[in-house]
Design a protein around this ligand. Structure first.
Ligand code: PEP
Ligand code: MN
Length: 264
C-alpha cells in the first residue's frame, strides 16, 4: 500500500491552517529535543513565528539511554505545549512511546512521532493505524529501508494513510559522528514510496556545527522537509544540546533551506 506501484500520485498531508506536508512544499519543523518549560516554549515559538516555521517538534516522553536522564514532562507538558502552540498557529509533532499514550495524547498533537527505538514496535504501529492523525515514522537505529517501509505498511494497512517517513541516521562502524545520516535513503525512498520523506540532520550527524550542511544536503537529495533541533541556549538543553542549533544558526539555516529548495 505504501508502494509507488500501488499509488503513483505522491501523498500530500494537510494539517490545516495552510500547513501541508509532501511534494510541492518544503516542510520545516524545528524545536527542542525535549519540552522543558513554559519560558523555553515561549522563546522557541517566537523564533518559529518570526521565521514563518509552522511546525514545532519537542518531546514530552523521551526515550533516554540512561534511566537517570531527563525523561520528559509527560502529559502536563504536552497540554501546555498544545495550548501555547494553538494560540500561535503552530502545529505540534511529538513522540509517542507506547500504546497507552496514543489515546491520551491524541487531542493534543498534530503529528505523532514514532521514534527510532520504536520503529518496529508493532503493537504501537497497529494502534496508530486506528487514529485519524498523521504519523511520522523514524527509521530504526539499525533498520533497513525495507523495514521502515514495512513499519509504514502496518499503519497504512491498519487504516491510517497519513504517513511521513523520516531518515534520522543509522548506526555504523563510524564513531566520528553520533549516527551516519544515510542520504541514500532519500532518493531510494522517494522512488519506492508515494509517502513524504523528511530528513533529521540533528540526530543524523549529532554535531551542531554540521547540522546545517546535512540539512541542505537532505533537501538537495530530494527530501520533502527537514526536522531539526533548536533551542535558545543549546548548551543548557535538557537533552541533545550538542546537536541543537541556537536561534541565529537556525534562522540562517531556514533562509538557506528555502533558497536551496527553490533551486531544485
Ligand atoms: C528525537 O526526535 O528527539 C528522538 C529521540 O529521535 P530518534 O528517535 O530519531 O532518536
Ligand atoms: Mn533528540
Amino acid at each position: 500500500l505504501v508502494s509507488r506501484k500501488w499509488r503513483v500520485r505522491p501523498t500530500v498531508l494537510d494539517l490545516g491552517d495552510g500547513v501541508r506536508i509532501g511534494e510541492g512544499t518544503l516542510t520545516l519543523a524545528a524545536g527542542p529535543c525535549s519540552i522543558e518549560s513554559e519560558a523555553q516554549m515561549e522563546s522557541i515559538m517566537q523564533h518559529l513565528v518570526d521565521n514563518d516555521v509552522r511546525i514545532m517538534r519537542g518531546g514530552v516522553y523521551k526515550p533516554r539511554s540512561s534511566p537517570y536522564s531527563f525523561r520528559g514532562l509527560g502529559m502536563d507538558g504536552l497540554k501546555l505545549f498544545h495550548q501555547m502552540a494553538r494560540a500561535r498557529g503552530i502545529k505540534i509533532i511529538t513522540e509517542v512511546m507506547q500504546v497507552s499514550q496514543v489515546e491520551e495524547m491524541h487531542d493534543y498533537v498534530d503529528v505523532f512521532q514514532v521514534g527510532a527505538r520504536n520503529t518496529q514496535n508493532f503493537n504501537l504501529l497497529d494502534a496508530l493505524g486506528g487514529v485519524d492523525k498523521p504519523v511520522m515514522i523514524k527509521r530504526g537505529i539499525s533498520g533497513t529501508l525495507e523495514e521502515l517501509l514495512s513499519s509504514a505498511e502496518y499503519v497504512f494497512s491498519g487504516g491510517n494513510e497519513k504517513l511521513i517517513l523520516c531518515e534520522r541516521g543509522i548506526r555504523t562502524f563510524e564513531t566520528a559522528s553520533r549516527n551516519t545520516l544515510d542520504l541514500n535513503a532519500v532518493p531510494i525512498l522517494k522512488e519506492k514510496t508515494h509517502l513524504p520523506v523528511i530528513v533529521d540532520p540533528s540526530h543524523g550527524i549529532g554535531l551542531r556545527e554540521h547540522v546545517a550542511a546535512m540539512a541542505l544536503a537532505g533537501v538537495m537529495a530530494g527530501a520533502d522537509g527537514i526536522i531539526y533541533e533548536a533551542h535558545e541556549t543549546p548548551e543548557k538543553a535538557a537533552s541533545d544540546g550538542a546537536q541543537t542549533l541556537n536561534f541565529d544558526e537556525s534562522a540562517r539555516l531556514i533562509r538557506n533551506l528555502r533558497r536551496v529548495y527553490a533551486l531544485r
